[in-house]
Design a protein. Structure first.
Length: 162
């Protein structure tokens, strides 16, 4: 089922507000200008701003007259889901399961690269574009999480290399 952008935006605003409230309860660090609430607060504000943009866009679009004169419904089925599902949805779920079960032994980089490449191929990108995009997204994720945030991502087969 597809929600209108206004309802989805409202959900993101509410979610961001709850996230911001919860982050304000985190303890601060002595001698640090920021504490544990810094990153969640940034994400919460991002959710709220994105939600606000979705609401504004939906309100603007709904003010315009529809070409067929029919009012747009608040709830509607997405055609791909109505017709029996989509392989891309299964690929996303497969990527999540692969990161949980395969990444500890194979490593984040190969599992992410293969999983994203398959996903992009299912979204009808050419093989070359799929590989380049999957490679770039994998490296950016590795850099952000392992490099900047110091999250210990599994190295798997690349343990001695990286």
């Amino acid at each position: 089922m597809k929600l209108t952008d206004a309802l989805l935006g409202g959900f993101f605003i509410l979610f961001g507000g709850v996230m911001l409230w919860m982050a304000s309860q985190f303890p601060s660090f002595q001698g640090q200008p920021y504490g544990a609430s810094f990153l969640p607060s940034i994400l919460a504000v991002g959710f709220m701003l994105s939600g606000g943009l979705l609401v504004l866009r939906d309100v603007r679009v709904r003010r315009l007259p529809a070409p067929d004169g029919v009012r747009r419904p608040v709830f509607a089925f997405v055609s791909d889901l109505k017709n029996g599902g989509t392989p891309a949805l299964l690929a996303v779920l497969g990527n999540i399961l692969a990161q949980i079960f395969l990444a500890p032994s194979l490593g984040f980089l190969p599992v992410s690269l293969v999983g994203l490449c398959v996903l992009f191929l299912l979204l009808r990108l050419s093989f070359v574009k799929s590989f380049i995009l999957a490679f770039a997204v994998t490296l950016v994720c590795w850099w952000m999480f392992a490099g900047l945030l110091r999250v210990p991502l599994p190295r798997g087969l690349l343990e001695g290399v990286l």
